[in-house]
Design a protein around this ligand. Structure first.
Ligand SMILES: [Zn+2]
Length: 154
């Protein structure tokens, strides 16, 4: 039987608690800007480390309050508990990634955005020359060639 140290009530049996998953998973700033894949990643994808892990727990049978804990997933040892909204102790600050409250000076999130190159104004389509666009396969508009006068300028 584990003793879990509720920050509000003190040590209690583990049966009084509910596990709430990974802590510090920030809600997207603009949920409507996310792709389906990004939304699915926010909803379902969580870290699964061996060792210290930042988790949410609820003291459901006691004070019913949520709190955060650092737990070693290999030994089940609770290394730290701290209130919701707070940051973990300094020695475990590296476990929290992508938290807006923590702004490290180093590399924030290496390789976090696989969205590819986004260079504004660098359109690779080249100079726009009217009339030079190939008509290509347009089987749905048989009368399109007669209405455009400048399509055959050479
Ligand atoms: Zn409690």
């Amino acid at each position: 039987m584990l003793l879990i140290d509720c920050p509000h009530c003190g040590p209690r049996d583990e049966v009084e608690f509910h596990y709430g998953g990974q802590a510090h998973v920030a809600y997207p700033e603009d949920p409507y800007a996310l792709t389906d894949a990004q939304w699915a990643e926010f909803l379902f994808y969580r870290d699964n480390p061996r060792g210290p892990f930042a988790e949410r727990w609820q003291h459901g049978v006691g004070c019913r309050k949520w709190f955060n804990a650092i737990r070693d997933t290999a030994s089940y040892e609770f290394l730290a508990v701290y209130p919701m909204g707070a940051q973990p102790p300094h020695e475990y600050a590296h476990l929290v990634s992508g938290s807006p409250a923590v702004a490290p000076a180093g590399p924030a999130s290496p390789g976090a955005s696989p969205s590819g190159p986004a260079s504004p104004g660098a359109s690779p389509s080249g100079p726009a020359s009217p009339g030079a666009s190939p008509t290509g396969p347009t089987p749905s508009s048989p009368s399109a060639s007669s209405t455009e006068s400048g399509s055959d300028s050479a």
